[in-house]
Design a protein around this ligand. Structure first.
Ligand code: 0O2
Length: 194
């Protein structure tokens, strides 16, 4: 992996780690303030060489370290998995206030799910050195669904009806979204609006 990023590698790694640390501190602050666990877990990664090369092919980019770090905005990827839907937006609001990063773009696939049922909140951020990161914020059920859908998408040798799987996945996504809202309502009934 060090090869594809050239001399950017260690700075990308440091950026990933600084975001992970900042979000861990946020998790502790939110927990102390609201007296409940809002972030289930955090996961950070640098995009694999294979995935970078695939994106370069798709976007017709020259696969040099300088082109890659300036054109592919999810080299640094952070996933924040929240307990309840409202927590996604509390975390988003806090990230908007982080020092040393600028929010470049936001995509709300929670309010506007993708046609296949994908739900998540995406933020593209940039640090003062010019490096980009994609932060995905989602609930546990959104995360479970995305992992299953991702596996199926990349599994080439499925011998079952693909249309049926697509329809079933969409049905599951909608049911999970409805359950997420019900669970949020129950939490609000117990603790009040947070
Ligand atoms: P991977 O393997 O997770 O890294 P982009 O190509 O990123 O410039 P795009 O596709 O408009 O532009 O970005 P978007 O919609 O914000 O999606 C970026 C990432 O979100 C994807 O990265 C996935 O991680 C996730 N994602 C988006 N749509 C779906 C979906 O339908 N299903 C699942 N499981 N994940 C999704 P990569 O690089 O495509 O994939």
């Amino acid at each position: 992996m060090e090869k594809i990023y050239g001399n950017h590698y260690y700075r990308l790694l440091a950026f990933k780690e600084s975001l992970e640390n900042e979000i861990t501190r946020l998790e502790q602050t939110l927990e102390a303030f609201y007296q409940t666990n809002m972030i289930d877990h955090i996961m950070g990664r640098l995009k694999s060489e294979e995935s970078v090369l695939e994106k370069c092919r798709k976007k017709n980019l020259e696969a040099t370290p300088d082109v890659i770090v300036s054109s592919i905005h999810d080299i640094v990827g952070i996933r924040i998995v929240c307990t309840f839907v409202d927590d996604i937006f509390k975390v988003r609001d806090a990230i908007r206030e982080f020092n040393g990063i600028t929010v470049i773009e936001e995509k709300d696939y929670v309010a506007n799910a993708k046609p296949n049922g994908y739900r998540s909140y995406h933020m593209i951020v940039q640090n003062t050195e010019g490096y980009y990161a994609e932060i995905q914020i989602r609930t546990i059920s959104m995360d479970t669904w995305a992992a299953l859908e991702h596996d199926i998408k990349y599994k080439k040798d499925i011998n079952v009806n693909k249309e049926l799987i697509t329809a079933e996945l969409k049905r599951c996504a909608d049911e999970l979204a409805s359950t997420d809202i019900s669970m949020q309502t129950i939490r609000n009934m117990i603790y009040g609006q947070m």
